[in-house]
Write a new protein. Structure first.
Length: 65
C-alpha cells in the first residue's frame, strides 16, 4: 500500500481538530466557519462548468421522434 506523508498529516490534523470538539459536527462546522470569516484574503469561486455530454440519453433538451 502506498504511504503519503502529506495525506497522513492531513488526516492526523483533521482527527485532532474533531477531537477538540468531541466529534460534534455542528461545533466543528461552526469553528471552521468562524475561522473562514476571520480570514481576510479574497476567496474566488467559479461557476459550475456545463456538462460535457451532447446528444445522449442524459441530454433531455431534445426529444426523440
Amino acid at each position: 500500500m502506498y504511504y503519503d506523508e502529506i495525506v497522513e498529516e492531513i488526516r492526523r490534523k483533521r482527527q485532532e481538530h474533531a477531537a477538540k470538539f468531541n466529534y460534534d459536527l455542528h461545533q466543528i462546522v461552526e469553528d471552521l466557519s468562524n475561522k473562514q470569516r476571520k480570514y481576510k484574503r479574497k476567496i474566488v469561486s467559479f461557476p459550475p462548468k456545463p456538462p460535457r455530454y451532447k446528444n445522449t440519453a442524459l441530454n433531455t433538451s431534445e426529444q426523440v421522434a
